[in-house]
Design a protein around this ligand. Structure first.
Ligand code: GTP
Ligand code: MG
Length: 445
């Protein structure tokens, strides 16, 4: 997601941050590059125009401020305006009812059914008791699809015999959810075209019966700016409260995700990032802006990690990473967490500048490098892990013996860890090196 835009904006912002003085010509160049980068990411041209104008307006007179250098201030402005463009606040689902109804609507094949199952998982994790309701009566096998997904995630699915109208299913689903004490009902509906009057009326009637707290329009991000017109058409008929942009994993440009809020006024609530039921991300404008600007997305990373590991520990590690007090001890616990998390490609993509780290890390797991690194760290004393600089020749020999490795391997780990710390210092100093290379090297590349 956003790879090319992110690479370009990260580059522009690192150049700006390095400047102690910014002339009007510098600003012009930077804004022109930002404009092109956004257009190439398929962001709506009017949104781009407004964005650049706002950044320019705020950037003039930036010399007057103290503290940050002008380059840093401009990057901050770009960041703030990006957050604004993405909607400012995160759209948290409003789930006040008993039960609350989340109605999922959208074009055929946009990802409604998959998203319903993903949301069930997401809601259960945050303490809700969701129930799925299969109200797609038009596509054969649609009900089976949801039943299977429900089985897979362990959430019960309300169904009715073939021939029952969708509106009836919605109504009886609500009754059942109430009886069983479920607090959220996720209502999957049939895909439909926004120009199909009869089908759109059906949705209006369903909404009338179940009065949803959230009506989420599920759109395929890969359709780019077409997603905008679909969203406008649905919102004209139904009180859409938020958007779910699916298939972000297949959308390298990300234009729809970046401009749909600004063009439709509808908040993006979630991004679909894969076919599997764990491929759902809450949409955080601030974190996304940071990710796009190459500031990384430490928070999303931490959140993701939380599902598998101790929350406090993960937060501590992220904080230490930011403050570059990251020790070999932290590194070992990160390795443990990475092992627990399974497919790590997605995760490492969220770390700043970690482009080529995914492959390296995966390779390290596959090749048994990870086990070696762990064994070496395990053979150190706590003091050595915190202050690797005290590990001189005799300690190195002891550690090699203890871990069943060689002194050369111990040397390499220490050297590479030192290198990684140096790179992290540069990241927190705003110089944006290629962190991936550093960590990749640590994994033995
Ligand atoms: N890569 C990727 N595929 C997705 C994502 N969300 C859904 N899909 C895939 O898109 C296809 C359609 O998904 P469904 O959930 O069946 O879509 P739907 O909107 O319910 O479709 P209809 O009920 O036919 O209108 C399936 O193959 C899904 O696996 C996503 O975020 N990423
Ligand atoms: Mg479906």
């Amino acid at each position: 997601m956003f790879e090319s835009l992110s690479a370009r904006l990260a580059d522009i912002s690192s150049r700006l941050r390095g400047k102690a003085r910014i002339t009007e010509a510098d600003l012009d160049v930077a804004l022109r590059e930002i404009r092109l980068a956004l257009l190439e990411a398929d962001v709506n041209f009017k949104v781009v125009k407004d964005f650049v104008a706002r950044v320019r307006e705020r950037a003039v007179g930036v010399d007057l401020l103290h503290g940050l250098n002008p380059g840093q201030q401009i990057v901050k402005i770009v960041h703030d305006e990006l957050v604004e463009m993405l909607g400012g606040q995160r759209h948290a689902l409003s789930l006040g009812g008993s039960p609350s109804v989340v109605l999922l609507v959208g074009l055929q094949g946009s990802g409604k059914t998959t998203t319903a199952a993903k949301l069930a998982v997401h809601l259960r994790k945050s303490g809700h008791k969701p129930m799925l309701v299969a109200a797609d009566v038009y596509r054969p096998a649609a009900v089976d699809q949801l039943v299977q997904l429900g089985d897979q995630v362990g959430v019960e699915v309300h169904t009715r015999p073939v021939g029952t109208p969708a509106i009836e299913i919605a109504r009886s689903g609500l009754d059942e959810a109430r009886q069983r004490g479920r607090d959220v009902m996720l209502l999957d509906t049939a895909g439909r075209l926004h120009i199909d009057v009869a089908m759109m009326d059906e949705l209006v009637r369903i909404a009338g019966v179940v009065t949803p707290s959230e009506t989420l329009l599920v759109v395929d991000a890969m359709t780019g700016q077409e997603a905008v017109s679909v969203a406008q058409a649905f919102a004209a008929k139904l009180p859409v409260t938020g958007l779910v942009l699916t298939k972000m994993d297949g959308d390298a440009r990300g234009g729809a995700a970046l401009s749909i809020r600004a063009t439709t006024g509808l908040p993006v609530a979630f991004l679909g990032t894969g076919e599997r039921v764990d491929g759902l991300e809450a949409f955080h404008p601030d974190r996304l802006a940071q990710r796009i600007l190459g500031m990384g997305d430490i928070l999303s990373f931490v959140e993701r990690v939380q599902d598998n590991v101790d929350r406090a520990e993960a937060e501590r590690a992220a904080e230490r990473l930011m403050q570059n007090r990251f020790t070999l001890e932290d590194f070992r616990s990160q390795l443990n967490q990475i092992k627990k998390m399974g497919p790590i490609g997605q995760l490492v993509g969220m770390i700043p500048g970690a482009g080529d780290m995914a492959g390296a890390a995966q390779q390290a797991v596959d090749s048994g490098q990870m086990a070696k690194i762990e064994a070496i760290i395990d053979s150190m004393t706590p003091d050595e892990r915190r202050r690797p600089e005290i590990i001189k020749a005799s300690r190195r020999r002891r550690i090699a013996l203890g871990s069943g490795t060689s002194t050369a391997e111990v040397n390499r780990l220490l050297k590479q860890f030192g290198e990684m710390q140096r790179l992290m210092k540069m990241v927190s100093g705003g110089k944006m090196p290629r962190l991936g290379g550093g960590i990749g090297a640590l994994f033995g590349r």
